[in-house]
Design a protein. Structure first.
Length: 562
């Protein structure tokens, strides 16, 4: 089951003109039918200096050197970025997103569709028709490390990308469904040493999202080599050394394709036992920031009070929070009036204030953290789903539902906030005449009961999901989250075939509002906040690439220390 909070664990900016786009297309032998959706990126804009939440222009002249010191409680089990065990832990973010490897492109966490995507290894790209994407790579070199047979400093080629994609097609490599299903990606070919041609089986809106592979040398594409050999890539930092279960250190890549970047001389990651150890290390200035966030708002505030102007705190929205799911394969939840009544009966503000101590916000299908899904926001749907207990009681009586029966709300005991929140939901529903019993069910039993439709549950706590799960047949465990409505299915299909980001943003807002009007069985309630701190001498942090400033491209980060 996907993660949620502490439970179940926790473009380039400038577009080319149409004439320039077609000139580039002709140069590649594509022809004038090319769609002028072109991205340009790479060394000019990709870092945080011009596009990040904190720019180097704001913070003085960058000082080269210094080690970026961080910590994590998660011990990686091997080096491979492609195999089970390379889950989204901080150690893997540290290695992949800001370390050994480069991706083709990255995404800014901003709501403006025209600014979201920028190039990394990809110097430019062009969408041809609806099914072909041509990508021009930046000239880059793999790491050069004496004594490392794979770190020879040779040039990156388009063939390295092709071989990586081919490798990811075959499990146990974690290539993702877009690469492995055979239904999305048709082919990828090397046109020349720095040009790639991707072809899909049809229009695929999420090509850039799901085809964003990181690239090791093709010589390393073997499971055991990737798992046991120090990583080699084209990234801003290179492997230096590691001590098992203790630390890992990297040094600046002197041949990085972005001139004079990164500013830092290296990075160091230490593995500590728990959140308390990380807090102690931060307070002692043994690390520079809190990569895995503070456990809660109170900790963040206490540390800020104790350490004063030496540090800076930040807060940003989480993709996690609280949602419920009603089973529309059971009475009375098939009735739209009953579903609306449940929405109207729940006092979400009370849950936020009582359970989460005010540290959250009411949300709709996509939280404010999901900028790549263009969230419509709660205000846009409040007229349909807002708190109105009198209307809820009237709707229940009009529906003819059996209000003498006690229904079950299944909650996971491993998530105390969900248990507590579920208790408040039951109280709210009881007030409007709907009896609900909160039943804690351990994870393995929960999965058996919440599984493929029709499912053995009345109402359950659940997680936020994506477009796929709005469909009648998602092809996944989560079919129960669908309204099973042809109109919703058709709009999701349209979204997933809409290449243009701005057009897709409008469609995404449309489907969120449609789900509110139809009273989706997935009931989003709230999203939580995340909190972190960093020492004030850390500059050039790209908060648009990563809300925490710890992920994405951080090549403009520097340390303002004597």
């Amino acid at each position: 089951m996907p993660n949620t909070g502490s439970y179940w664990s926790r473009f380039a900016q400038g577009r080319l003109s149409r004439r320039r786009a077609l000139t580039g297309a002709a140069g590649l032998g594509i022809g004038a039918a090319a769609l002028s959706l072109v991205g340009c990126g790479g060394g000019g804009d990709g870092g945080g200096g011009s596009g990040g939440g904190a720019s180097t222009q704001d913070e003085g002249t960058p000082k080269p050197g210094g080690i970026w010191k961080q910590a994590t409680i998660t011990l990686p089990t091997h080096f491979s970025p492609f195999h089970p065990g390379a889950d989204p832990s901080f150690a893997n973010t540290w290695r992949r997103e800001t370390g050994y490897y480069d991706r083709l492109w990255a995404t800014r966490e901003v709501p403006d569709p025209t600014r979201q995507r920028y190039g990394r290894l990809a110097a430019s790209w062009e969408v041809v028709g609806d099914t072909i994407v041509n990508v021009k790579l930046n000239p880059a070199k793999f790491h050069s490390i004496p004594g490392n047979q794979y770190a020879t400093g040779r040039d990156l080629t388009a063939e390295d990308v092709v071989k990586t994609v081919e490798f990811l097609k075959v499990p146990p490599a974690s290539g993702g469904s877009f690469i492995q299903s055979g239904k999305d990606l048709k082919s990828v070919t090397a046109v020349d040493n720095l040009t790639l041609r991707f072809e899909m089986h049809g229009p695929r809106a999420f090509f850039f999202e799901r085809m964003n592979v990181l690239v090791p040398p093709k010589e390393m594409l073997d499971e055991q080599i990737l798992k046991t050999h120090p990583p080699v890539g084209t990234g801003p930092f290179m492997y230096k050394e590691h001590r098992q279960n203790s630390s890992e250190d990297v040094v600046r890549n002197p041949n990085y394709f972005v001139k004079d970047r990164p500013y830092l001389a290296g990075k160091s990651l230490v593995f500590l036992g728990d959140a308390a150890a990380i807090e102690a290390a931060f307070r002692a200035n043994q690390i520079d920031d809190t990569p895995e966030n503070w456990p809660n708002k109170l900790t963040a505030e206490t540390v800020a009070k104790d350490m004063g102007s030496k540090i800076k705190n930040y807060t940003y929205p989480s993709t996690s929070g609280m949602a419920m799911l009603v089973n529309i394969h059971r009475e009375p939840f098939k009735d739209i009036r009953v579903r609306e009544a449940i929405y109207r009966a729940i006092d979400i503000d009370r849950i936020i204030n009582v359970v989460f101590l005010g540290d959250g916000e009411k949300t709709w299908y996509f939280s404010n953290a999901r900028t790549e899904r263009f969230p419509v926001g709660r205000k846009a749907v409040e007229q349909y789903v807002g708190y109105d207990p009198k209307k809820a009681a009237d709707l229940l009586r009009a529906s003819g539902a059996d209000l003498s029966k006690t229904y079950e709300l299944m909650v996971p005991p491993e998530a105390q906030t969900w248990v507590d929140g579920g208790g408040l939901v039951a109280e709210d529903l009881q007030k409007v005449g709907f009896k609900l019993r909160v039943n804690p069910v351990v994870r393995n039993i929960y999965l058996q009961r919440a599984g493929p439709k029709p499912g053995d549950f009345d109402i359950t706590m659940t997680v936020f999901l994506d477009y796929q799960y709005m469909r009648t047949n998602s092809g996944t465990f989560w079919d129960n989250t669908s309204l099973e409505d042809p109109e919703v299915d058709a709009l999701v299909d349209k979204i997933e075939a809409t290449i243009d980001d701005q057009a897709r943003a409008k469609l995404s807002n449309e489907v969120e509002i449609m789900l509110a009007k139809k009273y989706s069985p997935l009931i989003p309630m709230l999203s939580t906040n995340l909190h972190g701190s960093y020492f004030a001498y850390m500059k050039g942090i790209n908060f648009e690439g990563s809300r925490s400033g710890q992920g994405s491209w951080q090549i403009d980060r520097w340390k303002d220390q004597a």
